[in-house]
Design a protein around this ligand. Structure first.
Ligand code: UDP
Ligand code: MG
Length: 320
């Protein structure tokens, strides 16, 4: 087998504090893999600047000028983690044989890359980085994050438990992935849909080396909601089932009321009636909201706007 060219793709958003700390670590890892002969010398570390408002892009440009192993891709504006990562992967897919995507904050153990590359040599084209435990997280983060995967799976979005966006993908997988044209993207739920031989590699996740998380609870909920609604229609089915159940129950209630009226026993309870009406009103609004969410998604998909726009890169023009 030919020694693969590896591109490590790293989305960065306002990471000026982190980059100077973690970029040498990524470079070291790449050089180590090159030395061992597991990846080719033309391998690169590619930073994707996701419309940062700080000096991130200047830092990336500086790195690219300093060392031939560093490259940068700059999006025209902030598009969010998933789109930035996709933009990076699509930019490099024809330049390399394998990619590893990883966050730039040093939380994911870069030493798992050796094992990922090893698995590629063994014939796997998708290698998921899976967190073995969550000791370094606060109880709140652990609770919400694990709940996230459970709810996702329950709602019919099949995702690898405790796998975020740290994974190896071969260029063949990426070429197939390029045919997934949807605008609402949730990479970790979509990669399994591509297929090919896959496996997992386990690692422990550390704390952020600097800066702050860009995934507070609100964004995490939004990501979970996106993941569920872009991968499954189960919520709509649940609503249909619930509507059916409520209809059956109320039908029985009506029958019961009629029987009682015939027997001459009129019921006073207006308060309970009002409570039920309000409750049902609330449920109906919720259901309309969920359905509206899907219609919104369809609206975005029909427009088929670009998912990201590349402003500039540090790659040399190849005249293609
Ligand atoms: N990120 C990005 N665009 C955004 C938000 C985040 O490219 O709009 C990047 C960020 O720079 C980091 C990765 O996505 O490399 C994960 O973000 P973060 O570490 O804040 O999330 P957490 O690890 O806390 O879930
Ligand atoms: Mg992080």
């Amino acid at each position: 087998m030919k020694t693969p060219v590896l591109y490590i793709v790293i989305p960065c958003y306002n990471e000026q504090e982190v980059l100077p700390v973690t970029s040498p670590l990524f470079l070291q890892k790449l050089e180590h893999l090159i030395e061992k002969g597991r990846v080719a010398p033309e391998s690169r570390v590619v930073f994707v600047n996701d419309g940062s408002k700080d000096d991130t892009w200047a830092i990336i440009q500086g790195l690219a000028a300093q060392n031939e192993h560093f490259e940068g891709v700059c999006l025209s504006r902030n598009r969010g983690h998933q789109n930035a990562l996709l933009g990076g992967l699509m930019t490099v897919k024809d330049k390399c044989d394998i990619t590893i995507s990883i966050d730039c904050d040093g939380q994911d153990d870069i030493n798992a890359m050796d094992e990922m590359v090893e698995q590629y040599w063994q014939g796997c084209e998708v290698v998921y980085g899976v967190r073995s435990k969550r000791d370094t997280d606060t109880f709140f983060k652990r609770f919400t994050a694990e709940g996230f995967y459970k709810v996702m799976n329950w709602m019919g979005a099949q995702v690898v438990f405790n796998h975020a966006d740290y994974r190896l993908l071969s260029s063949r997988v990426l070429r197939e992935f390029a045919n997934f044209k949807e605008v609402n993207i949730f990479l970790r739920g979509m990669v399994p849909l591509v297929g090919f031989k896959s496996t997992s590699v386990y690692y422990e996740r550390a704390e952020r080396m600097a800066g702050e998380s860009h995934y507070p609870l609100k964004k995490m909920l939004a990501l979970a909601f996106d993941g569920i609604t872009s991968l499954s229609v189960k919520p709509i089915r649940l609503i249909t089932g619930f509507g059916f159940l409520v209809s059956v129950v109320s039908f029985i209630g009506v029958l019961w009321a009629v029987v009682r009226a015939i027997m001459g026993a009129t019921v006073a309870g207006w308060a309970s009636t009002t409570a039920i009406v309000c409750f049902m009103g609330g449920i109906q609004l919720l259901c309309l909201g969920v359905i509206g969410e899907y219609i919104g998604k369809i609206y975005m998909e029909t427009k088929a706007r670009p998912r990201y726009i590349i402003g500039e890169t540090t790659f040399e023009e190849t005249g293609e």
